[in-house]
Design a protein around this ligand. Structure first.
Ligand code: HDE
Length: 700
């Protein structure tokens, strides 16, 4: 942290006639060539007729370079456009051979290569990371039996019950078409209009208004397969399964006002976090959990297991943890891997099968179709990130960019050519679908068993801690306050009256909506007496240490070297990280005369970028910084966001400048006098935030 980065190896240079720098190949530096392999002598100047004359058409190097540049962009994903991926592996820790024949689940200790892409849903590719949104959690597992894509989200349910509604839902959520805003947010009329006309969305809307939709980082969030799938054993028996990814670091989110400010200060907050964690060897890890159940459970459950707007509480069907997913390598190139990775829900392997969840069935068409458009043709499976790592062979051929055409004479079968010219053949050991009996009239009809839209929304709400319930209420109020049409606000409150009376009243009051609307007509009465499910709360499943989190320390010249190193040591001892924030990024000299580089200048390192903060200025430094508005914001925001704040004596000057006089402080503002205090402070930070402070800092 305190080291100055190494300068890159020198490259030989000479200066051109116009003063431009020419860097030349030689030694370790490779020769630049055209796409045809022709060495390039001058990459700074086009070929001209005379130094001041017109450019020549003959300049094939210029034309190739500009042509390629002109074609750099491909269509962004229609949803989940903004994403960030990493490589890793899945390791089996508990065999599932009792219920699943998939090779990946049969040998404990075996590792399967994986690529994971996290994403937001609504925003365009260049939008910010910490918007209120669902996060995609898409996992490609390169198994020995073919690629298995588990294309999940960080929320276990979805907004709609039938895939045919997906285009409407997505249109409503994204920018409004006449004005092309707002970007990457649902706080606008069209979104709330759609969901307030779609009672089935109520459960998911409650999740989206919870802190699940503003995770602290990808490393602190869960993933869910959402749909009910099937596991198939060696005898062909089926067991229903819901897939879960449980983060090793526990669950953590930011608070809404903090999220708004993070997006300004660092729109890449989540991708930078993943990059830094992996590059520094703190490999993010999740456990794979499965909820297994049979037809008897499905028949006895209050809801339809095919309905993607419902979950199965973990208290009813426990999550069996069977493996771990570790991300340990960033892609070499973002475009080649993260942008070109093509997830398809229909990519499954022997031992896993679909159910009739109508959303899943629709997805199985959509993903293949969208990849073909996005990546330009049917051969997107030939791109290295998408190709299986097991052998593969078939008679599919040609098309744009074909890399794996069949070898030999045959490109069809059956054929009478002997091997090797005859090519691949089927095997009875290949994939077979579970032979579920199906019959019924052709019709367009939603099953009556999908009709309860509020009970699980209520269960979700009552499973939250009071702090989280308040955040949900505030999120509804914030979003609906951006909705210009009063009737839409009222319609949403009419749904919330089925979820929880206090929630509905709180939202109505926050909107200044009076009198309360009538509750919406419910197709089915709310199931009474559903027990709270603690697994649904973030705060009940939070971290128990400062591991994976970041402390921001404000330092100035002459900082107490002992205290600073004690604080850094205490943080690093629990696998946390530290950034130093100083008046200039060149850094400071500590009380022992050591020169220390800072990671941020004060106006580039606001406290929203840190999980907790410490203020260690000298008196002289504090007297300088108290006149700096961003320093005062740093403290005021840390306090407003309920963060733990450590400080030395001299920092009293800064605390006072930010309006934090001793009487305004609380147990979360902690004086540091010795190295022991530093350890206690970091232990205190395990509690995430001093939530009780929130009541003091929000009047409306
Ligand atoms: Fe997707 N979804 N989706 N989705 N989805 C896409 O595929 C779609 C749904 C999810 O990192 C698209 O490659 C339909 C549920 C993730 O590359 C597209 C329906 C869940 C990603 C598509 C759904 C997801 C996508 C757009 C309703 C959680 C990003 C670009 C039937 C279980 C994957 C693309 C990545 C991406 C269609 C609903 C998760 C258009 C039709 C439910 C994580 O094919």
């Amino acid at each position: 942290m305190t080291k100055t980065p190494k300068a890159p190896k020198a490259v030989a240079t000479h200066t051109g006639a116009g003063g431009e720098t020419h860097q030349t190949a030689g030694g370790d530096t490779p020769v630049m060539t055209t796409q045809q392999g022709l060495a390039v002598s001058d990459d700074q100047n086009t070929l001209r007729a005379g130094a001041r004359g017109p450019a020549l058409m003959e300049d094939f190097h210029f034309r190739e370079k500009i042509f390629h540049f002109d074609h750099e962009r491909i269509p962004e994903r229609v949803v989940h456009a903004r994403g960030y991926g990493a490589h890793g592996y899945f390791e089996l820790t508990d065999s599932l051979a009792d219920v699943c024949k998939a090779d990946i689940f049969n040998r404990v200790g075996e590792r399967t290569p994986a690529f994971v892409r996290f994403s937001t849903v609504a925003g365009n590719k260049g939008s910010a990371d910490v918007v209120r949104d669902v996060r995609g959690f898409a996992v490609k597992l390169y198994t020995s039996e073919g690629n298995w894509d588990l294309v999940g989200n960080n929320i276990p349910v979805f907004f709609i019950q039938d895939a045919i509604k997906f285009p409407d839902f997505v249109h409503a959520a994204k920018q409004e078409p006449d004005r092309d805003f707002p970007q990457a947010q649902t706080a606008h009329d069209n979104f709330w209009d759609f969901v307030s006309l779609s009672p089935e969305a109520t459960h998911m809307v409650c999740w989206a208004m919870s802190d699940r939709a503003i995770p602290r980082s990808f490393r602190f969030m869960e993933g869910f397969g959402v749909h009910t799938f099937r596991l198939i054993d060696a005898e062909g028996q089926s067991t229903y399964v819901k897939f879960h990814w449980k983060p090793k670091l526990g669950l953590q989110s930011v608070v809404w006002n903090e999220a708004l400010k993070i997006n300004g200060a660092d729109p890449d907050f989540h991708r930078r976090d993943l990059w830094q964690a992996i590059k520094s060897g703190n490999f993010p890890e999740w456990e794979l959990g499965v909820q297994l159940f049979d037809d008897d459970f499905a028949d006895s459950f209050d809801f339809d297991i095919l309905d993607p707007t419902k979950l199965i509480p973990e208290e009813l069907v426990p999550v069996r943890r069977v493996g771990r997913l570790v991300l340990d390598r960033m892609p070499d190139n973002f475009f080649a891997e993260t942008e070109q990775v093509a997830f398809c829900t229909q990519n499954i392997i022997p031992g896993i099968d679909f159910t009739n969840d109508p959303l899943l069935q629709g997805r199985n068409f959509s993903y293949l179709d969208t990849q073909t458009k996005r990546l330009g043709g049917p051969n997107f499976t030939h791109i290295p990130i998408n190709a299986p790592k097991c052998p593969f062979a078939n008679f599919q051929q040609d098309g744009h960019m074909a890399m794996h055409n069949p070898k030999g004479r045959a490109n069809y079968e059956p054929n009478s050519w002997s091997q090797p010219a005859g090519g691949p053949r089927e095997t009875p050991a290949g994939y077979t679908s579970f032979p579920e009996e199906e019959s019924g009239p052709k019709l367009r009809q939603r099953s009556e068993t999908f009709a309860d839209h509020y009970s699980q929304a209520r269960q979700f709400y009552i499973s939250q801690t009071p702090v989280e319930q308040t955040h949900m209420r505030d999120a509804f109020v914030f979003e609906l306050s951006k909705v210009e049409t009063p009737a839409i606000r009222a319609r949403m409150v009419s749904y919330l009256l089925h979820v929880d009376q206090a929630l509905a009243e709180g939202v109505a009051s926050g909107l200044g909506l009076s009198p309360l609307p009538e509750p919406a007509r419910a197709a089915r009465p709310v199931v009474e007496g559903l027990e709270p499910s603690p697994a649904l709360s973030i705060l009940k499943n939070g971290p128990d240490s400062f591991a994976g989190r970041k402390l921001g320390i404000v330092v100035t010249n002459g900082v107490n070297a002992d205290l600073l190193s004690a604080l850094i040591a205490a943080t690093e001892a629990v696998d946390g990280t530290v950034e130093l924030i100083a008046p200039t990024v060149a850094g400071i000299t500590d009380s022992d005369g050591n020169e220390i580089v800072a990671q941020q200048k004060i106006n580039g390192g606001p406290s929203v970028l840190y999980d907790a903060v410490a203020l260690l200025p000298t008196v002289e430094g504090a007297n300088l910084l108290r006149h700096e508005a961003t320093m005062r914001d740093f403290i005021a925001d840390a306090f407003a966001h309920a963060k733990f704040i450590a400080h030395n004596d001299a920092a009293e000057i800064l605390l006072a400048a930010a309006g934090l006089h001793p009487r305004a402080r609380d147990a979360g503002v902690i004086a540091l006098e010795s190295g022991d205090d530093a350890t206690t402070f970091i232990q205190t930070c395990a509690a995430l935030r001093l939530w009780s402070r929130e009541n003091q800092v929000h009047a409306v």
